[in-house]
Design a protein around this ligand. Structure first.
Ligand SMILES: [Zn+2]
Length: 83
């Protein structure tokens, strides 16, 4: 895979990487449920509003749904329970 893996995989959303990254760093509630943040270093995925400290942008990728993150091998965060 190339860096194109950093785009949202689902047709359900048109959010791009920069939009998702801004939303999670701001813990913007209006994005809750619109995507999940998957952290490649921990194999965990989170809601945009997760209270845990945000991971570095270079270590994250975004999915439109928890199911897609699960399918990619990530597990739900125990703090924000994004499923
Ligand atoms: Zn979380």
């Amino acid at each position: 895979m190339t860096s194109s893996a950093q785009t949202i995989l689902s047709a359900r959303t048109t959010l791009d990487f920069a939009t998702c990254d801004r939303a999670r760093l701001a813990r913007d509630k209006t994005f809750d449920g619109r995507f999940v943040t998957a952290v490649k270093t921990t194999r965990i995925y989170c809601r945009p509003t997760c209270p845990a400290g945000p991971a570095l942008s270079k270590n994250v990728t975004f999915y439109a749904t928890p199911a897609e993150a699960e399918a990619a091998g990530f597990r739900a965060c125990k703090r924000c329970r994004p499923s």
